[in-house]
Design a protein around this ligand. Structure first.
Ligand SMILES: [Zn+2]
Length: 242
């Protein structure tokens, strides 16, 4: 096995150039094929050729989902945005302005298992220059702070379980409680409530479907009956809620 042994992609069969190989558990993947994987996927090294083939099939099918996606709301001030299709109960997270061409993963609100905000504090010391040009600390030391707001969405998907993105535009938050800080806080909580609200609706629907049935008197035959799945009397078949 020399350094210049040629490698071939186990997906498309193409020759893999120098530095172009993406190693898989049991094979090789070329750069071009790896571009078609989900941007939220990071388990490539632990994936088999078949895992990758399955995911590429899913990614291909996702294109039809993208063409049926009609955003009703866009949230986020950073390069990544979350687009909601509230009528269909679906969402995408993308940094692409022309998202229609980027094949972003279309997910159901019901795939969301959790959503949280993470605030990162970045601290950089401000130093002063002495007359001979050396950088020294102030006494006491002075710092410049900046804050970044991230939203972390946990999703139930075979290909990835977490989507994390910054909601504020880069390093414009210098102070806790500033206008920019509060704005980022607001965006993060809007995203959280949008995703958890629909999640709650889905849960409520499931709960309603599983709710214990209550016996009532049939107005048609007079029997005490537990409505069947169509809301009808189990004895005479008459509709109970007319
Ligand atoms: Zn390939």
């Amino acid at each position: 096995m020399g350094l210049f042994d040629k490698k071939y992609c186990d997906i498309c069969g193409g020759k893999i150039g120098l530095l172009g190989n993406r190693k898989l558990d049991d094979g090789n993947l070329c750069k071009e094929c790896s571009k078609n994987l989900s941007p939220f996927f990071n388990e490539r090294r632990h994936s088999t050729v078949n895992d990758i083939k399955d995911q590429l099939d899913y990614r291909e099918a996702n294109k039809a989902e993208v063409s049926n996606f009609h955003p009703t709301k866009t949230l986020g001030a950073g390069s990544m945005k979350i687009l909601l299709d509230e009528d269909a109960g679906k969402f995408i997270v993308t940094s692409s302005r022309r998202w229609q061409d980027a094949n972003p993963d279309v997910m159901d609100f019901s795939q969301v298992t959790g959503c949280e905000t993470e605030i990162d504090e970045n601290k950089n010391e401000i130093k002063r220059k002495t007359t001979d040009g050396k950088e020294v600390s102030y006494t006491p030391p002075r710092y410049k702070y900046s804050y970044d707001f991230f939203v972390k969405i946990y999703v139930n998907s075979p290909w990835f379980d977490e989507i994390k993105f910054r909601v504020n535009s880069s390093s414009d938050i210098e102070r806790k409680g500033s206008v920019e800080y509060r704005e980022a806080e607001k965006i993060a909580s809007e995203i959280r409530s949008a995703l958890t609200k629909v999640r709650q609706t889905v849960r409520d629907d499931i709960a309603a479907a599983n709710a214990p049935k209550i016996a009532q008197n049939c107005p048609l035959c007079g029997a005490t009956t537990i409505p069947d799945e169509n809301g009808c009397c189990e004895f005479c078949g008459g509709a109970l809620n007319v």
